[in-house]
Design a protein around this ligand. Structure first.
Ligand SMILES: Cc1cc2nc3c(=O)[nH]c(=O)nc-3n(C[C@H](O)[C@H](O)[C@H](O)COP(=O)(O)OP(=O)(O)OC[C@H]3O[C@@H](n4cnc5c(N)ncnc54)[C@H](O)[C@@H]3O)c2cc1C
Length: 415
């Protein structure tokens, strides 16, 4: 706690340790606020590089930073918020693992709990598909990939079963699905094909999307470029394909065609987490909390919501790190201004553009004043993310990982 008597400070309760919450916590004035952070995850995760950890280009620990290192002098409690008593300003929390529920009172509450993957209630997704949201998901994917290669190498395996094990299907042609397919392609080309030379010709990657095109938020030209690169990389893209059922051994498309595969990765956008679902406040069509131009829940002066779990009335902010980060930064400034009795300014989102990795050392950049694709854009993509990592330790570790991968390849051990 600060050296001041914390009982004189306003109690600021922050839910979450993601992009929005951490940006706020880094910049909030601890002379004015007694800050408590509640989240089941005791660290910040730099999601833009998460796809690269599924194949070992980067290691898991290189892209996470403990919340206690991001800002000392704030109280962190490893728990999930369960419900809010809005009238009495109390949040009930459930500790991660064992432990009794507890309550925390607040003067100001900031909700930054993110979102979860939308399964669209497709049967079998929860049971049989893998997701890519947290580092535990990335670890499960990495285990599964290597395990499939080891299983496919066993004797007495039928040709059909080997083919199935070596077919990797990604559902969702947004940036996450595309970047995973790209990283997987690099892993195959640069590492697995050398380690498993007899299997190389049998490996397939398929990207399935319900829409007409992949990477719908990028310009037409960049989408075309990505498709051409994927064609060359032998990543099969199946657009206008809706998945009806997911099973352990494959997916069935709406037209009834079954695609057998050894791994299904499901990356099809966001849905609200149960805590937000059950919150008795006004929400938009996508289940996000509706907020005003000061990021407050309308009519509730003391409750703010930021990031993927919220949306400003009349706007359609994309569910991205840059929105969450800008909202967290703004809210820290806004609350600091309030504490100093200064006037308040509404939040304004500044779109900085989009980047995506498409494999083979090529990336796309769709920026307000620049559009680029290819190798030079890949160098830009890497340097942009290197500068955006939150700590010097992360920057050093990611840079080291890139050199290690370049010199020695990715690790294919399974443990
Ligand atoms: C693989 C991947 C790649 C991405 N790449 C990019 C990219 O390149 N560029 C980009 O702009 N965006 C990217 N995104 C999107 C970006 O990660 C999100 O938009 C951003 O993380 C949203 O920030 P947030 O603070 O709202 O939530 P998150 O960062 O998701 O954090 C939510 C936090 O809330 C916590 N939490 C959950 N439930 C509770 C609860 N009940 N109580 C308390 N805490 C809770 C979680 O543990 C977590 O700490 C990517 C996302 C993924 C999954």
């Amino acid at each position: 706690m600060t050296s001041q008597d914390s009982s004189l400070l306003k109690r600021l309760l922050v839910l979450g340790t993601g992009f929005g919450a951490c940006s706020l916590v880094r910049k909030i004035g601890l002379k004015h606020y007694d800050v408590t952070v509640v989240s089941p995850r005791n660290h910040f995760l730099f999601t833009p590089l998460l796809p690269s950890t599924t194949v070992g280009t980067n290691e898991f620990r290189s892209i996470i930073e403990p919340i206690r290192h991001i800002r000392g002098n704030v109280r962190y409690l490893q728990a999930s918020a369960e419900k809010i008593d809005i009238e009495n300003q109390i949040v009930t929390c459930h500790p991660t693992g064992d432990g009794e529920r507890f309550e925390i009172t607040y003067d100001i509450l900031v909700i930054g709990v993110g979102a979860q993957i939308n399964t669209f209630n497709v049967p079998g997704v929860e049971e049989h598909a893998l997701f890519l949201k947290n580092h535990s998901d990335a670890r499960a994917i990495r285990q599964s990939l290597i395990s499939n290669f080891e299983s496919a190498s066993l004797p007495n395996l039928s040709a059909e079963e080997r083919k199935r094990l070596l077919h990797f299907v990604v559902v969702g042609g947004g940036p996450t699905g595309v970047e995973f397919a790209a990283e997987l392609h690099d892993f195959l080309e640069e590492d697995l094909n050398h380690a498993f030379p007899l299997l190389a010709s049998e490996v397939r990657i398929t990207l399935v999307d319900a829409m007409d095109e992949i990477l719908g938020s990028f310009t037409q030209e960049l989408r075309k470029y990505a498709r051409e690169v994927f064609d060359r990389e032998k990543i099969e893209v199946r657009t206008q394909s809706i998945v009806k059922v997911v099973e352990a051994d494959g997916i069935t498309l709406q037209e009834g065609h079954k695609v057998e595969c050894g791994l299904t990765l499901w990356c099809t956008g966001n849905a609200p987490v149960p805590f937000i679902d059950e919150l008795p406040v006004e929400k938009d069509k996508a289940g996000r909390i509706l907020i005003d131009e000061f990021l407050r829940i309308e009519g509730k002066e003391e409750i703010y919501a930021i990031g993927d779990c919220a949306n400003m009335r009349g706007k359609e902010f994309p569910p991205t790190a840059q929105v969450a980060q800008q909202e967290g930064d703004y809210l820290a400034r806004h609350l600091n201004r309030i504490a100093k009795g200064r006037s308040q300014k509404p939040f304004e989102y500044k779109h900085l553009g989009m980047l995506a990795y498409i494999g083979g050392r090529k990336a796309l950049a769709d920026l307000p004043n620049f559009e680029g694709a290819g190798f030079t854009t890949w160098l830009f993509w890497r340097s942009a993310y290197l500068t955006k990592l939150v700590s010097l330790k992360n920057k050093f570790m990611v840079l080291f990982d890139w050199f290690r991968t370049f010199l020695f390849g990715r690790d294919i051990s399974r443990f």
